[in-house]
Write a protein that binds this ligand. Structure first.
Ligand SMILES: [Zn+2]
Length: 246
């Protein structure tokens, strides 16, 4: 049974090769590494070119996009377009009200990337912090349907609104320690669940970076909550990945 880590930043791992070996050994067949700025977007593409299980996503993260000039944003959008065949998704993009004050510009930059993703037929991998309801509302009004809500800390009410819109939820490896994510897994139908690590962040083990191999444990924990066998749960989640990231 193959696994997929749909949201990671493997360029930030100290030992990328070791982590990918351990991932392959654990049965991980796909790792989507996400860019957040021009330099990590290029790294994301390089990693995908040189590792068979790695796929690239590129995007401008809210805090990073805020630092760029209009010309730099336009250049990056042209870069996404030019490399569309290599991209599994546009991400990591989103809204962050904890880090940034300027909500109007954030929303503009977010929506520009969402519109581009829709135009080139790619899913978006979305970060939302203290902004979950606005993120869902912005995506629904844009008519965007291919959405991964990554590590969503929003209320179950907002989660349900996103489920109604057909959005997917990627569940981090710290699920086993988080009552919030247990509630999210309960609220989201199996057909909309995905697994992620956000490697090297959001580790379930204190003082140790998370890495893609950890999605195997997340699938087992989801299976428990959903009352499925680990094999059935893994197959459902992997086919969700395949359907969304064709
Ligand atoms: Zn991330």
């Amino acid at each position: 049974m193959p696994y997929a880590d749909v949201h990671s930043h493997i360029d930030l791992l100290g030992d990328v090769e070791g982590a990918l070996k351990r991932a392959a050994h654990a049965g991980v067949a796909a790792v989507i590494t996400n860019g957040i700025d021009p330099s990590s977007n290029r790294k994301s593409l390089e990693l995908a070119k040189s590792n068979p299980i790695v796929r690239a996503a590129a995007g401008l993260y809210p805090t990073e996009s805020a630092k760029l000039s209009e010309a730099e944003v336009a250049e990056e959008m042209a870069f996404f377009r030019a490399n569309r065949d290599m991209l599994a998704a546009i991400g990591e993009i989103g809204l962050d009200y904890q880090e940034l004050e300027d909500r109007i510009r954030q929303r503009q930059l977010f929506l520009r990337q969402v519109e581009l993703a829709m135009k080139i037929g790619k899913p978006v991998i979305v970060h939302s912090r203290k902004a979950e309801a606005d993120v869902v509302e912005a995506l629904v009004s844009a008519g965007c349907r291919k959405v991964v809500m990554h590590c969503c800390m929003g209320s179950i009410k907002v989660v349900k609104r996103a489920v109604d819109a057909g959005f997917h939820f990627s569940i981090p490896a710290l699920l086993s320690r988080s009552s919030h994510f247990k509630a999210v897994v309960n609220a989201v139908p199996s057909s909309l669940l995905l697994t992620e690590t956000d490697a090297p962040f959001l580790s379930p083990v204190k003082g140790q970076p998370s890495e893609p191999a950890m999605v195997a444990g997340t699938v087992a924990a989801i299976a428990d909550i959903k009352g499925l066998t680990a094999a059935d749960c893994g197959n459902i989640i992997f086919s969700n990945y395949q359907r969304l990231f064709r």
